[in-house]
Design a protein. Structure first.
Ligand code: THU
Length: 161
């Protein structure tokens, strides 16, 4: 019998200004996107922005629906948007933030499980780490790749064994 341990390293920042200019732009685009979310049911407005290797930004926000499961999270909207426009360009980072009636959420906003699965597929597809920047108004959490957010993940190789 062997026991395996999986590690997730989170870098915490207390201010956006500690990040690069490009990452600050990514965050401000995610915040702009959150303002345009369609979230009349949860009133939890999520914004995400994806940065591609070619320097282009693709923003998205959550899109809800009266038939609740038909809605989609901000991360998947922005990631699918980027991948649909540039199927051959790697994604290098994504920023995520959210607001509710009280303003921007204080703690860093993590992607849900389904979004992690989608982000991981893109990371594997382009064989390039995607930095995940989870933004809160009090602190920011950064993880260097999606694999660390989803250990023991189901991947394409599992289908063909
Ligand atoms: N939501 C996102 O957009 N991203 C996440 O990672 C978590 C949740 C959305 C889905 C739904 O519209 C609302 O937030 C409340 O769950």
């Amino acid at each position: 019998m062997i026991k395996k341990e999986y590690k997730t390293i989170v870098t915490e920042y207390s201010s956006e200004t500690e990040l690069s200019n490009q990452e600050q732009t990514l965050i401000s685009k995610a915040k702009e996107a959150a303002k345009k979310a369609y979230a009349p049911y949860s009133k939890f407005n999520v914004g995400a922005c994806v940065l591609l290797e070619n320097g282009e930004f693709f923003s998205g926000n959550n899109q809800e629906n009266a038939a609740y499961p038909s809605g989609l999270c901000a991360e998947r909207v922005s990631m699918f948007y980027a991948n649909s426009m540039h199927p051959d360009v790697a994604v290098i980072s994504i920023a995520i933030c959210a607001s509710n009636e009280n303003g921007f959420i204080k703690t860093p906003v993590p992607p849900c499980g389904s979004c992690r699965q989608v982000l991981l597929e893109t990371e594997m597809r382009f064989k390039k780490s995607i930095k995940v920047i989870m933004v809160g108004s009090d602190s920011i959490h950064v993880i260097e790749n999606v694999s660390q957010l989803l250990p023991l993940s189901f991947q394409k190789d599992n289908l063909y064994e």
